[in-house]
Design a protein around this ligand. Structure first.
Ligand code: ATP
Length: 623
């Protein structure tokens, strides 16, 4: 006798239970309706065909026991060799036909499941892209990836196991019971009584096992944390620097011991479960043979029918135990969909404007950018910018300075419309960004951030990222303009060297120049620059300075300035402090005022600048 209660379904139920706990209470009916309308309905034809095939497959599965019955009751007693051969052939051919139908059914199943996953994965990706920066600052790295890869991947199981699986189990149990009733209702009742004996141990031990698996998972994830903290590059550096290897090894061994204990417990529960399933599932056939045997002796039943019944009963094991957990299976599957829908329901902030007003060409003599009494907060009640009001004339270079946390980056983020202001408006070329066409905004304003992200691709691909149509000559001009010639000459394959993650490592200053080359090639009318704070040696500094000068040419620039050269070149300096503009003017004017700017200048820029005397320290002492 084989082992009833199919192991896979037990895993499945454990996963489903876990999912249910993760999602918490949700409206299963609403989710089910949504799954149908949003996910499955487009595939209703394939689903219907799949359902029909399942039914046909189940019905075919009912035939062999009937052939067996005929063989025992008729063909053998009447010594009809032809019939014996015919029935034996049938017992070979019918399952073959059933298996063929199974192939068709699984093919359809996989097609639909993969089509659904394909659709959802695309939807999830597009939605992830549409989500605002705020979402990414709030969400743990890897969370979205997990949604996309794991959740969408688990759907494969949900769709094939839960949906088609439950359907097939339901059909099998219903049709088999019906066939048994037709054959002999008394025996059918006896078998029906035996049915729960397959299901109960699966349910009971399934739960126990679930708890044990949970403990193992917890211990394993703690093990992963230790690994991540201490056996990755950044972690290893700290461990080695503080000489804490032994302490960390003990921590690892402790958690490792927990994993061992949890896994032994899990294995033990598994064995008891196997025992219970085996013991209880022998009960059904035993009962059947007792009652059946008695009926045969009393000539109220043929031997063939009893044997056919035994065959049917064997077919019922797995489906019946699976059906015992059908509620968890279905709810668990819906819970997964609920998680996916919850992600798709997050509204993008700020909403992406796809057919808005184009920003047009910025012309001299007009403000390129305007902040109109802008108030903004990341968290309600904690304004980070308050009544910020200024204009950036076309072609001007405006430098933002201020103490750390003053709101400088926030000003740039609002210009790039990563966020919308709570009050007031941000305008580019006279168009409120809330109405501006998103693509037009991205072409008009380019952002160069402090830490430059390089894709795992060639240097050339990284440089042309914002302008993939750029020809070789344009790329080379940008490389030269960004003072990168020397770097390119040094790389093993020049511009075609792989850089970025797992690629060739560029230094901080070199990466900054790659960002500058990118910006030069993308050629935005407005440049939003967050200058890197990393201090470089004077040669590298000069290279960047020259590159920046070329980048600034004929552009409107707003820069969070960390370089002396940038603030000296600025047409206007805005001094931010705790979300307000507290001073504005040119370097000389602000220095003369002797306020916050002067203090910052002495503290930040003089330290960085190489020749302080050339920038007018004569005003020291102030007015
Ligand atoms: P720094 O020179 O140190 O980069 P900054 O002037 O650019 O500072 P911002 O980055 O604009 O300052 O930050 C202004 C304030 O907003 C800070 O108090 C910061 O803690 C807060 N802040 C920034 N980003 C967020 C965010 N995503 N969520 C909540 N608060 C934020």
């Amino acid at each position: 006798m084989g082992v009833p209660g199919d192991w896979h379904s037990i895993w499945q139920q454990q996963r489903n239970l876990r999912r249910l706990r993760e999602v918490g209470p949700f409206d299963a009916r609403k989710t089910a309706a949504r799954v149908w309308v949003q996910v499955l309905r487009p595939y209703w034809r394939a689903l219907l065909a799949g359902t029909l095939l399942v039914a046909v497959g189940v019905i075919i599965g009912l035939i062999p026991p009937l052939l067996l019955r005929r063989l025992i009751n008729h063909a053998i007693p009447t010594r009809n060799l032809h019939e014996v051969l015919g029935l034996s052939l049938g017992m070979f051919l019918v399952p073959v036909a059933g298996a063929l139908i199974g192939v068709g059914q699984n093919y359809l199943n996989a097609r639909v499941a993969q089509a659904v996953i394909f659709d959802l994965r695309n939807q999830l990706y597009a939605h992830g892209q549409a989500l605002g920066i705020d979402f990414f600052t709030r969400t743990r790295g890897g969370e979205i990836q997990s949604r996309l890869v794991n959740d969408a991947g688990s759907l494969q199981n949900v769709l094939s196991q839960s949906l088609i699986g439950s359907l097939s189990n339901l059909f099998t149990v219903a049709f088999t019971l019906a066939a048994m009733l037709v054959l002999n209702w008394r025996l059918a009742l006896v078998s029906a009584v035996a049915l729960p004996s397959f299901a109960l141990p699966v349910l009971y031990f399934g739960r126990q096992r679930y708890a044990a698996v949970e403990r193992t998972q917890e211990a394993l994830s703690r093990l992963m944390v230790v690994l991540e903290e201490t056996l990755t590059l950044s972690g290893v550096v700290v461990v080695k620097a503080f000489g804490t290897q032994v302490r960390e090894r003990h921590r690892f061994e402790g958690v490792n011991a927990e994993v061992r204990a949890a896994q032994v417990a899990q294995a033990l529960i598994g064995q008891w479960m196997l025992f219970a399933v085996r013991a209880l599932s022998s009960l059904g056939p035993a009962l059947l043979y007792a009652v059946g045997g008695w009926l045969v002796i009393r000539h109220r039943l043929s031997l063939g029918t009893v044997v056919a019944f035994a065959a049917y009963l064997a077919q019922l094991y797995a489906p019946a135990s699976n059906l015992a957990g059908i509620q968890t299976t279905v709810l668990g599957s819906l819970a997964l969909f609920d998680r996916i829908f919850a992600f798709l329901d997050i509204p993008p902030h700020p909403p992406v404007v796809t057919a808005g007003r184009p920003l047009g060409r910025i012309e001299a003599g007009r403000p390129a950018i305007a902040f109109r009494r802008v108030t903004f907060s990341y968290q309600p009640g904690h304004p980070v910018l308050r009544g910020v009001d200024f204009e950036v004339p076309a072609g001007a270079l405006v430098a933002l300075v201020g103490p750390s946390g003053a709101g400088k980056s926030t000003v740039l983020h609002l210009m790039a419309r990563f966020y919308d202001p709570d009050e007031g408006a941000v305008l580019i070329n006279g168009v409120d960004l809330k109405e501006a066409d998103d693509q037009s905004l991205r072409r008009t304003a380019g952002l160069v951030t402090q830490d430059v992200f390089l894709f795992h691709a060639t240097l050339r691909e990284n440089i042309v990222y914002g302008n993939p149509d750029a020809d070789r000559a344009a790329v080379e001009r940008a490389v030269t303009a960004a003072s990168l010639d020397e770097v390119v000459a040094r790389l093993p394959q020049g511009l075609d060297t792989l850089v970025g993650e797992r690629g060739y490592r560029l230094s901080g200053g070199e990466k900054q120049r790659v960002a500058i080359a990118r910006a030069i090639l993308a050629d935005p009318q407005i440049l939003l620059l967050d200058e890197a704070t990393s201090s470089l040696d004077s040669r590298a500094e000069r290279a960047i300075q020259e590159a920046l000068e070329r980048l600034f040419r004929q552009r409107t620039v707003v820069a969070i300035a960390h370089r002396l050269s940038t603030i000296l070149a600025a047409d206007q300096i805005l001094v931010l402090d705790r979300g307000r503009i507290v001073e504005r003017g040119t370097h000389a004017e602000l220095l003369a005022r002797g306020g916050l700017y002067r203090a910052l200048y002495q503290e930040q820029f003089l330290r960085r600048g190489r020749k302080p005397e050339t920038v007018g320290l004569g005003t020291e002492g102030g007015p």
